[in-house]
Design a binder for this molecule. Structure first.
Ligand code: 5GP
Ligand code: ZN
Length: 114
C-alpha cells in the first residue's frame, strides 16, 4: 500500500526500532510508548485491521502471534504478564490502517482500559 506508514517501515523507507523480523512479520517499538515494553507486531502483508480478518488470514495471524510471543520472551515480560491489543475502528482510537498487535508490559496494566 503506497501511502501506508507501516508498509513503508516494512520496506525500509521509514526508520523504526525493529526488535524482531521474520519472513511474514515485523516487530518494532511504538513511537509513543505507553508502558516500558510497547512493541507493535505487524504482518508484512498489508491488512487493514482486525475487523477484516477471515480464514484466509489464519497463517498470517499465527505468524503475528508467534512473533508477539517471541517479543514477550525477548523483552523479559513473558513470565510477569503482558497485554496484547488490537484496536479496531474510531472509538478504539485506531489510528494506523495496517493491522498491528500492541505488546504492552513491564508495569501493572489496569483494567478496564481507558
Ligand atoms: P492504534 O491506535 O492505531 O492501535 O496504534 C497505532 C500506534 O502506532 C500508536 O501507538 C502510535 O504511537 C504508533 N505509531 C504511529 N506512527 C508511528 C510510526 O511512524 N512509528 C512507530 N514506531 N510507531 C508509530
Ligand atoms: Zn500497510
Amino acid at each position: 500500500m503506497a501511502d501506508c506508514i507501516f508498509c513503508k517501515i516494512v520496506a525500509g523507507e521509514l526508520p523504526a526500532d525493529v526488535v524482531l523480523r521474520t519472513d511474514s512479520a515485523l516487530a518494532f517499538r511504538d513511537l509513543n510508548p505507553q508502558a516500558p515494553t510497547h512493541v507493535l507486531v505487524i504482518p508484512v502483508e498489508h491488512v487493514e485491521h482486525a475487523g477484516v480478518l477471515g480464514p484466509e488470514h489464519a497463517q498470517l495471524l499465527s505468524d503475528v502471534f508467534a512473533a508477539a510471543n517471541a517479543v514477550a520472551e525477548q523483552e523479559g515480560v513473558a513470565e510477569r504478564g503482558y497485554r496484547l491489543v488490537f484496536n479496531v475502528g474510531e472509538e478504539s482510537g485506531n489510528s494506523v490502517p495496517h493491522l498491528h498487535l500492541h505488546v504492552l508490559g513491564g508495569r501493572f496494566l489496569s483494567w478496564p482500559p481507558g
